[in-house]
Design a protein around this ligand. Structure first.
Ligand code: FES
Length: 331
C-alpha cells in the first residue's frame, strides 16, 4: 500500500499517512489518517465520509468519526465484514501503520441541520461513526441532544472510552441486546412523540434501518435523517407511476450527443464508454460522487441519498435509470 508522501494541498485526492490503527471492538479497527507533513486537512462537517482507495481498483466509503473541530486528522472505523464485497477485509489485512493511503476529500450527504432545538442520534453497530462526529459537534455547539448506541454487547462497541464522558453526563446511552433486537432499545417508545424542532438521525444495518423507519413514519417531513452504509435490497421511487424502461438514451445538453444506455449498463458506464467520464465511487447510490444535474426526462432514482428536493434536479449516474426514452443531462 505504501507510496511516497505527497502534499495534500490542491490535490483532488489526498495522500494520507496511517498514523494509528486501534482495536475498538470485535472485528472493528479504527484508523487515524493524517497529513504526512503534519499539515491541516481539508475541513469536514459532521456526517461526512471519505473514499479510501484500498488497492486493486477497490474504493470504499467510510464516515469520519472524530470531531470536525479537529483539523489534523480523520478517524474512521471499519467493521470487518466476512460476507461483504471484500473492502473491509482488505483494509484490515493490508493497511498498516505508516502506510500512505489515497483518500478523497470529505463529502457530506448526511448533514446536521442548523436550527434543531433537540437532536436524537441513533446508532446501530458500526453506524455509530457519523453519529459520533455529530455528537462532538452538538456538544461543542451546545445543542441539546441524546445519542443511543445499539450493539450486541459491550465487546462489540467502538469508541467506548471516547464516548464515556458523554455517557457520564447523560447524553450517550448504550443498549445491548445480546443479538436479539427485541431485547434492545424500544425504538417505538423512544420516537413516539416528536417535539417541536426535534430532529432524528440514524445509521446502521438493514434491519435496524427498517425498524427506525417504521418508528419515525409519523414524524414531520424534513425531521428524519438517515444514512445507509449498504444499499437496501431494492429501492424503488414511491412516486413512480411507470416502470423504468430497459433501454434509453441520455443526451449531453452542451453537445447534443445522444448515448444509449443498455439494460445491463449504468448511465455512468454508458457515458464512460462514449468518452464522457464522470467520477464514481460506490457504484451503489450511497456516496453522491456521481451526482449529475438533469434538465428533462423522468428519472427512476434508486439511490439512498438524495432527498425529494434534490431528486427534482439531480440523479446518480451509477444507479438511476429513465422512465421514458430520453434523459437530458446538464453536462
Ligand atoms: S458512485 Fe456513489 S452514488 Fe454513484
Amino acid at each position: 500500500m505504501a507510496s511516497e508522501p505527497t502534499s495534500t494541498s490542491g490535490e483532488r485526492t489526498l495522500q494520507l499517512l496511517v498514523r494509528q490503527i486501534r482495536f475498538e471492538g470485535k472485528g472493528i479497527n479504527s484508523y487515524e489518517l493524517v497529513d504526512p507533513q503534519g499539515d491541516e486537512l481539508p475541513v469536514f462537517t459532521a456526517g461526512a465520509h471519505i473514499d479510501i482507495h484500498i488497492g486493486d481498483g477497490m474504493v470504499r466509503q467510510y464516515s469520519i468519526s472524530n470531531s470536525p473541530a479537529e483539523r489534523k486528522r480523520y478517524v474512521i472505523a471499519v467493521l470487518r465484514d466476512e460476507s461483504g464485497r471484500g473492502g473491509s477485509k482488505t483494509l484490515h489485512e493490508r493497511v498498516r501503520v505508516q502506510d500512505i493511503v489515497r483518500v478523497s476529500r470529505p463529502r457530506n450527504n448526511f448533514h446536521l441541520v442548523d436550527d434543531a432545538k433537540k437532536v436524537v442520534l441513533i446508532a446501530g453497530g458500526i453506524g455509530v461513526t457519523p453519529l459520533k462526529s455529530m455528537a462532538h459537534r452538538l456538544e461543542d455547539a451546545g445543542i441539546d441532544y441524546e445519542m443511543h448506541y445499539c450493539a450486541k454487547d459491550a465487546g462489540c462497541t467502538a469508541f467506548s472510552a471516547e464516548l464515556e464522558p458523554m455517557r457520564a453526563n447523560g447524553r450517550v446511552h448504550f443498549h445491548f441486546d445480546g443479538g436479539d433486537p427485541k431485547a434492545g432499545l424500544d425504538l417505538r417508545r423512544l420516537l413516539s412523540e416528536p417535539s417541536q424542532g426535534q430532529h432524528v438521525y440514524y445509521c446502521g444495518p438493514g434491519g435496524f434501518m427498517s425498524a427506525c423507519a417504521e418508528a419515525t413514519a409519523h414524524w414531520p417531513a424534513g425531521t428524519v435523517h438517515l444514512e445507509h452504509f449498504k444499499a437496501p435490497e431494492r429501492i424503488v421511487s414511491e412516486s413512480a407511476a411507470n416502470e423504468p424502461v430497459d433501454t434509453f438514451s441520455v443526451k449531453i445538453a452542451s453537445t447534443g450527443q445522444m448515448i444509449e444506455v443498455a439494460k445491463d449498463q449504468s448511465i455512468a458506464e454508458a457515458l464512460d464508454n462514449a468518452g464522457v467520464t464522470i467520477e464514481t465511487s460506490c457504484h451503489a447510490g450511497l456516496c453522491g460522487t456521481c451526482k449529475v444535474r438533469y434538465l428533462s426526462g423522468e428519472v427512476e432514482h434508486n439511490d439512498c441519498i438524495l432527498d425529494d428536493g434534490e431528486k427534482a434536479e439531480y440523479l446518480t449516474a451509477c444507479v438511476s435509470r429513465a422512465r421514458g426514452k430520453v434523459l437530458v443531462l446538464d453536462l
